[in-house]
Design a protein around this ligand. Structure first.
Ligand code: SF4
Length: 414
């Protein structure tokens, strides 16, 4: 019998080999997924919730209230969309244009700069399948996939057999971790773990560039030069190398250009590619969809047929400076992810939340609509963290509408 595979939307890896047992429209068992994926796939709910002022209403009332809020606003903020399909993201961009909104996602304070550099062809990229088939050296920098993307090392980077790497880990692959703490991934990398002090990434990059050029690598925190020279030698010998970049690295640098200089130095001596370690399943989709439309990956403001871009249009600055007068939050919880001093300004404007889960933000919202979980209860497409498009279908049915359906209805009601 042909097997029926599903895509897990639990993280940016979008594993497409998931099997499930469904009984009475409920997922009972999940095979192949990691612990995050299993919990995610079992998270579906059959019934929908439409709330206005935390009181149940029907769908039409909730949609009409949401449309009225956006119609009355001069500068609404549309934020989130990392767990929305490409189709919903494209509608959100249209909605932002129609309502002269500020539009942003969480990449403005995480990996947005990295994605922008990739989309502007500033360094070499590869797919996760290339990593599985060819990579002999993988560097995990400021990221701990063992915790955040649990199947990363087993499926792609370290343990698997690939077409050109038949024997898997250690014998044919070297995994290196550069981080400020001894994470689970660092422990797997053993002697290839390079622990640097918080904020020490820029100096480590400079020292590594010096070592690659055969110079003595120096850091103000006296990282043993011998170890950096050893690392440079491993990297110079890589036939197919990949650097998995995480938030830990990005937060530590003033800008990503510094790291791109290292990628260039690596590519003068060897063959290195960059893959961003994206957490939410379709953050990259949002960045790419917005980039195609505007040339920017986040932090934009639509006005009179034009688009403005800059840090002042990021969620953080918009809320801090109170420049927005309403908010549509899709699949995100600013009260949990932003500093309280900034998120609290959302209490001063009418907020609409679309999210499968009740959150701190939804509890403070004027309108809350519980939407379907993509890949579990609704279908669509997404862009995997390495830029590969993935289609997904629902495993169970629900009365909860998808983000795409709700956004379509809000557009119609405007
Ligand atoms: Fe799902 Fe990510 Fe785990 Fe794969 S690694 S099963 S996509 S949560």
């Amino acid at each position: 019998m042909e097997k029926n595979y599903y895509v897990c939307t639990g993280c940016g890896m979008l594993c497409d080999d998931i099997e499930v047992d469904v009984e009475n429209n409920k997922i009972n068992k999940v095979y192949t997924a990691c612990r995050i994926g299993v919990a995610h796939m079992k998270d579906g709910k059959e019934s929908a919730a439409f709330l206005v002022d935390n009181k149940p209403v029907d769908e039409t009332t909730a949609i009409s209230e949401a449309a009225t809020i956006l119609k009355n606003a001069k500068n609404p903020l549309i934020f989130g969309l990392g767990t929305s399909s490409n189709e919903a993201q494209k509608l959100a961009i249209e909605l932002a244009k129609k309502t002269s909104a500020t539009l942003d996602d969480a990449s403005s304070f995480s990996l947005g700069e990295v994605i922008e550099a990739l989309l502007n062809n500033k360094t070499k990229v590869c797919t996760l399948d290339d990593v599985r088939n060819k990579a002999d050296v993988s560097i995990f920098w400021g990221t701990d996939p063992s915790d955040s993307h649990p199947r990363q090392l087993s499926k792609y980077a370290y343990f698997p057999r690939g077409t050109e790497k038949q024997r898997g880990w250690e014998e044919e692959r070297t995994a290196i971790c550069i981080d400020v703490r001894k994470s689970h991934t660092a422990k797997i990398c053993g002697n290839y773990f390079f622990q640097i002090p918080p904020g020490g990434d820029a100096e480590f990059i400079d020292a590594l560039i010096a070592a690659l050029a055969g110079k003595l690598p120096k850091t103000s925190y006296n990282f043993p030069p011998k170890r950096i020279l050893e690392l440079a030698n491993i990297l110079k010998g890589a036939k197919f190398g990949v650097v998995f970049v995480g938030r830990g690295l990005v937060y530590s640098l003033e800008n990503i250009e510094h790291f791109i200089r290292l990628m260039n130095a690596l590519n003068e001596k060897a063959n290195f590619h960059l893959v961003p370690m994206i957490r939410q399943y379709n953050t990259r989709g949002f960045n790419e969809n917005l980039f195609k439309e505007t040339g920017y990956v986040n932090s934009v403001k639509f006005e009179d047929g034009t688009v403005k871009h800059g840090p002042e249009y990021s969620v953080v600055e918009s809320l801090k400076e109170k420049t927005v007068d309403a908010a549509l939050i899709i699949g995100s919880d600013p009260f949990s992810i932003l500093p309280r001093s900034i998120a609290k300004n959302l209490l001063e404007v009418p907020v609409i939340v679309l999210d499968p889960c009740e959150t701190l933000t939804s509890r403070n919202a004027k309108v809350y609509i519980s939407t379907a979980i993509d890949g579990v209860e609704s279908g669509g497409s997404a862009i995997r963290m390495d830029g590969v498009k993935v289609d997904f279908k629902p495993a169970v049915e629900t009365k909860r509408p998808s983000d795409e359906t709700v956004l379509k209805k809000i557009m119609e009601a405007l």
